[in-house]
Design a protein around this ligand. Structure first.
Ligand SMILES: Nc1ncnc2c1ncn2[C@@H]1O[C@H](COP(=O)(O)OP(=O)(O)OP(=O)(O)O)[C@@H](O)[C@H]1O
Length: 584
């Protein structure tokens, strides 16, 4: 964030507009605070009018009617000011939280995958929802009111100081003491807040794991064990929540008592000054009216103040996430050739530990099909992730058409690639929209054409609303083969010149596989294709086969070439051929 921005703007991570709107909200709150004095003043005037007969005067009914009219006008004014104040404070908070969530989402989208290795989903959801909600609450309920209350009380005290400094001091003295008590508890509150946050995160991870793994839990009868872990996490969260509430409660109640003692101090000072003839009754009553009026919002504010400390923790977390450098690159640079080369590439997922890919040289010729094979864990998927720049290589380079992928913005690079993975991610939307994701600019006709080519018609037409049928969360209502066909339809619609197929048909039954193979043949026509396959018979016709073992290229050539050698490929192929004869 820009160093020249005001401290409060930086602290609250506000946009320029948000900061301006916050100032407007403070102004609106201050106007409301002052407008609130009007009814109390009128009440005071009415009381004084009614007391006239006790001092030998008469009640003026004209005055009473005037006060009545003034009261109504005052009430309308208070209503209008409060309405404006509500609008200003809530608009700023909701607009800013929308901005914060959008910029977090945009930022997360551009982060290297290594970030997602070290952060889990619950942590990111907490950042996007919980931390922003804390900021939202602080902006709508604390900052504008706190600042405007400070302005109001300072103005009132300064005004009173002109009349009698002792009365001004009596009103004011307890306010800073009350605030000091809350701020003195900052360390304890922050510590408790951090612990509670950690417990909340642990609990939401447990809930997420429990719900995601519900099928396995049921199948393996793990209800007891898994539920116990969840229960423990929830119990710890409860304990810490109580501790936190108790911790803040002690200080808040103490601060409130001190503040309320201000009323007593004002009454005592006023009465003493009145008795000694140093002030008159009316100003003293005015003082008391104001003090009760002004302390009300501050009392509420004191209960909310500890949230400022938890907010600091939330802001720190958001700032840490925002400070992670996104992957950058040229957003325009055209890629004209589509051959892929890996030159002496080494890569490891974690800073500690062994390289997953070790000094690999690979060439994927443009317009042909290259297969990547090897035992499980040999690094096939990792190579495809490096080509797509989901991760950056540690050594060497990955080039497409002679351009290093590190020079290209990841989103720009994606324009040249389509993927079909074994795990297809589907959104809670219609079948049609799930396919359209492949190319948001495609016409309806193009979407349906791609869907037909990927053999989606067979299942979509049987659904209640055809292509407009909503899929459950992550397409839970579809079979593995159906999900794959949607994924292929997306890729067909995208029509990118490079296609990466990662175990696309590995988990399918023969009938689904036949459908998918047909759709895939259409997809890869005239494209640069890199296919990762476990079942070697599916890549026998590939133009080139690269064999990986423990992160190294150990063989390459055509199926025929490799079968002539006594190498890993031939061994894997023979094992698979043998297993075809097995039955259960
Ligand atoms: N996100 C990750 N973080 C840390 N290590 C990882 C990650 N993904 C993969 N690995 C490790 O890298 C190695 C290579 O994994 P990779 O998925 O590339 O192998 P693969 O050949 O595609 O395996 P498979 O055929 O079983 O899918 C494995 O040891 C794996 O445990």
């Amino acid at each position: 964030m820009d160093e020249r921005k005001p401290k409060m703007q930086k602290t609250l991570m506000l946009t320029d507009k948000g900061y301006k709107d916050l100032k407007k909200a403070v102004a609106a709150c201050t106007v409301t605070n002052f407008s609130m004095f009007i009814p109390s003043m009128i009440m005071l005037l009415v009381i004084m009018e009614l007391m006239k007969p006790f001092t030998g005067g008469n009640v003026s009914w004209i005055n009473m009617w005037l006060y009545f009219a003034g009261g109504i006008a005052g009430a309308v004014l208070v209503f209008l000011c409060s309405k404006n104040d509500y609008k200003k404070t809530y608009v700023v908070s909701y607009m800013e939280s929308e901005n914060a969530r959008t910029s977090l989402a945009e930022h997360i989208r551009k982060l290297p995958m290594s970030v997602f290795n070290s952060k889990n989903l619950s942590e990111l959801t907490t950042n996007m929802m919980g931390d922003v909600a804390t900021t939202e609450h602080v902006l709508s309920h604390i900052y504008p009111q706190m600042i405007s209350n400070m302005i109001t009380i300072t103005v009132v005290c300064v005004m009173f100081a002109f009349y009698d400094w002792r009365m001004a001091l009596a009103i004011f003295i307890s306010v800073p003491v009350a605030f000091l008590i809350i701020f003195a508890s900052k360390r304890i509150q922050e510590k408790l807040g951090r612990k509670h946050d950690k417990a909340k995160l642990e609990a939401s991870q447990q809930v997420q794991e429990y719900i995601e793994g519900i099928k396995v839990i049921k199948a393996c009868n793990l209800d007891g064990e898994q539920f116990e872990a969840l229960e423990n996490a929830l119990r710890t969260m409860k304990k810490l929540a109580i501790k936190m509430e108790f911790g803040s409660g002690v200080f808040v109640t103490g601060a409130q008592m001190i503040l309320q003692s201000g009323i007593g101090i004002t009454v005592f000072t006023g009465t003493s000054l009145l008795m000694s003839g140093k002030i008159e009754l009316v100003p003293m009553l005015l003082c008391l009216t104001i003090v009760t009026r002004i302390y009300g919002p501050i009392l509420t504010e004191l209960t909310l103040l500890p949230e400022l400390f938890y907010h600091k923790i939330a802001i720190k977390r958001m700032r840490t996430l925002m400070s992670i450098k996104p992957m950058e690159g040229d957003e325009q640079k055209p890629v004209k050739e589509y051959d892929i080369t890996l030159n002496n590439v080494s890569f490891r997922y974690n800073d500690q530990g062994e390289d997953t890919i070790k000094s690999v040289d690979i060439t994927v010729p443009a317009g042909g099909v290259t297969a990547l094979v090897g035992p499980s864990g040999s690094g096939k998927s990792t190579v495809s992730r490096l080509i797509a720049r989901f991760w950056d290589v540690d050594e060497g380079s990955v080039k497409i058409g002679g351009i290093d992928v590190k020079e290209l913005d990841p989103e720009h690079l994606m324009e040249y690639m389509s993927f079909v993975f074994q795990d297809v991610v589907l959104f809670n939307d219609t079948v049609y929209n799930n396919i359209k994701i492949g190319n948001m600019d495609a016409s309806e006709e193009q979407v349906l054409e791609a869907a037909r080519a990927a053999r989606c018609d067979e299942f979509a037409n049987k659904m209640p609303n055809g292509y407009n049928t909503m899929l459950g969360e992550n397409g839970s209502t579809l079979s593995g083969g159906e999900r794959q066909r949607i994924s292929i339809a997306r890729a067909l619609l995208k029509d990118a010149p490079i296609v990466l197929l990662d175990e696309a048909t590995a988990s399918l039954d023969p009938e689904s596989e036949a459908y998918i193979q047909e759709a895939i043949s259409r997809l890869i026509m005239n494209k640069t294709v890199l296919v990762i396959a476990h079942r070697l018979r599916t890549i026998e016709t590939a133009d080139k086969i690269i064999v990986l073992d423990e992160g190294k290229v150990v063989e390459q050539g055509t199926h025929k070439d490799l079968m002539k050698k006594e190498g890993l490929y031939r061994r894997l192929y023979s094992i698979q051929q043998e297993s075809l004869g097995w039955s259960v």
